[in-house]
Design a protein. Structure first.
Length: 144
């Protein structure tokens, strides 16, 4: 399964400048999802982070992971159309290398469990096959 930006916008409520997923390249219900984020110098965060040495903020990498997790839950048909995702927890976050303009961020989330409406994922972000960040993420959905 492959989804482009327009497909993703039909699923997630996020919009520019906060939609941080450009493509979904793989989805396996009950297992995992893989998404892509094309990082460009035109990202608003680079105006201040940092003007002479642009680096994608780690918190935005985590948000991109969480958005891919939101797409997972919607594609798995475990949440309703009138619900929105809420990020409820981050554990074991590590940032290993900077993410720079021109990089393609690959975001892989493995479903660990779903309990009482809380989705638990193990997320990994890579650039050119090298791990740049990882975290365990928790998300839920609530009515709009």
């Amino acid at each position: 399964m492959e989804l482009n930006t327009l497909d993703i916008m039909k699923l997630l409520p996020h919009r520019y400048p906060f939609l941080l997923v450009d493509r979904i390249t793989e989805f396996e219900a009950g297992k995992r999802i893989i998404g892509k984020k094309n990082v460009t110098i035109n990202e608003p965060c680079f105006l201040g982070h940092f003007p002479e040495h642009p680096i994608m903020p780690g918190v935005l990498i985590l948000e991109a992971m969480a958005q891919v997790g939101g797409v997972y839950a919607i594609l798995a048909k475990e949440v309703g159309e009138n619900q929105v995702p809420y990020f409820v927890g981050i554990d074991k976050a590590k940032f290993r290398k900077p993410v720079l303009p021109g990089d393609v961020l690959t975001l892989e989330l493995e479903l660990l469990k779903v309990r009482r409406g809380i989705y638990n994922f193990k997320g990994t972000a890579t650039v050119d096959g090298k791990r740049v960040a990882e975290a365990e993420l928790k998300a839920t959905f609530a009515d709009k």
